[in-house]
Design a binder for this molecule. Structure first.
Ligand SMILES: [Zn+2]
Length: 314
């Protein structure tokens, strides 16, 4: 039995290495540029799913592979700190892609990065960066974005910029959700960023009952002014499906999902505990305890990929 497993592992590893040599099969991290250009042209969106630990990462990568969908793994500065730093995250994701034999395009992306955080992630080997300069005056946002555009170009990374702060909670800061000025969006887009996040009434976290919905007038204007720039919709949790589809038709090519995976994971884990399953047999084993939450993340990611239209686009 041991011999058989050993041989199987050896063969699988050889296959993976062979595929990598021939330039097919297992991929290393890629910039988000190609996948988003294709998404924009094909009228679908690629999901950015934020990761928090090993289970999260594994669940998202496996689902992307099963769905044959490109995927962007988002890492906030807080989550990066939690996972022991961006270097740890980069090493884990790269190793996991190889060991799991992931063949779909994967971008490792800093979510809402500060200027300093962006530099750290570039050093740690991330393939995509978001510089969130939305809280700076527009002149300073432009100056800092410009500098990072040059660095990203030189290193072959994709760069996301933000105009108009997105509401809700961003690592402890609660905003009310600005609507971006389309002319400012054009100014930032013209700097040569890869993709642009613009506030259009979207917020992070759960949407309140009295939420007014997305501002499609502003989105249409931004789309018109920024040409074929892939637009990014943050706060994808709980936006109704018809609004998501309309946003995609107006140039949204990347949609960020974070809270929804957290809610699904928490609900499945709570159910396991409440049913007393951790008290039965070896139900306390973390590999068993975390399994329902892991499956719940997979189901959520699958559902989102189907809604965004990225299934089969890898
Ligand atoms: Zn966001």
């Amino acid at each position: 039995m041991l011999t058989r497993n050993f041989t199987y592992d050896k063969i699988k590893k050889r296959e993976i290495k062979g595929n990598a040599r021939k330039g097919r099969g297992v991929k290393m991290l890629v910039s988000a540029k190609d996948m988003l250009t294709k998404a924009r042209a094909g009228k679908y969106a690629v999901g950015q799913f934020n990761i928090n630990n090993l289970e999260w990462t594994k669940a998202i990568l496996l689902t992307a592979e099963e769905m044959k969908s490109p995927v962007i793994l988002g890492v906030s500065e807080g989550a990066g700190k939690y996972m022991c730093g961006f270097k740890t995250v980069s090493a884990m994701v790269r190793a996991m892609i190889e060991e799991l034999g992931i063949t779909v395009p994967v971008a490792l992306h800093l979510d809402h990065g500060s200027y300093e955080g962006a530099k750290k992630c570039i050093e740690a080997g991330f393939s995509s960066i978001m510089f969130d300069g939305s809280h700076y005056p527009i002149e300073e946002n432009i100056a800092k974005t410009k500098e990072l555009v040059a660095t990203a170009e030189e290193k072959g990374l994709s760069l996301e910029a933000e105009v108009g702060a997105i509401g809700g909670e961003e690592d402890g800061v609660i905003g009310s959700g600005e609507v971006a000025d389309p002319n400012e969006c054009k100014m930032i887009a013209d700097l040569g960023v890869t993709m642009l996040a613009a506030g259009i009434g979207n917020i992070h976290g759960k949407y309140p009952a009295n939420w007014k919905g997305l501002n499609f007038e502003v989105l249409a204007k931004i789309n018109e002014l920024t040409g074929d720039m892939p637009l990014v919709l943050h706060g994808g949790t709980g936006i109704p499906a018809d609004m998501i589809k309309k946003a995609i038709s107006l140039g949204v090519s990347k949609i960020n999902v974070n809270t929804e995976c957290q809610l699904a994971f928490a609900e499945a884990t709570r159910k396991y505990i409440e049913e007393g399953k951790d008290l039965q047999g070896k139900g306390f084993d973390p590999r068993k305890l975390l399994a329902p939450g892991f499956e719940a993340i997979k189901a959520t990611v699958k559902e989102k990929m189907e809604l965004f239209g990225s299934v089969g686009k890898a």
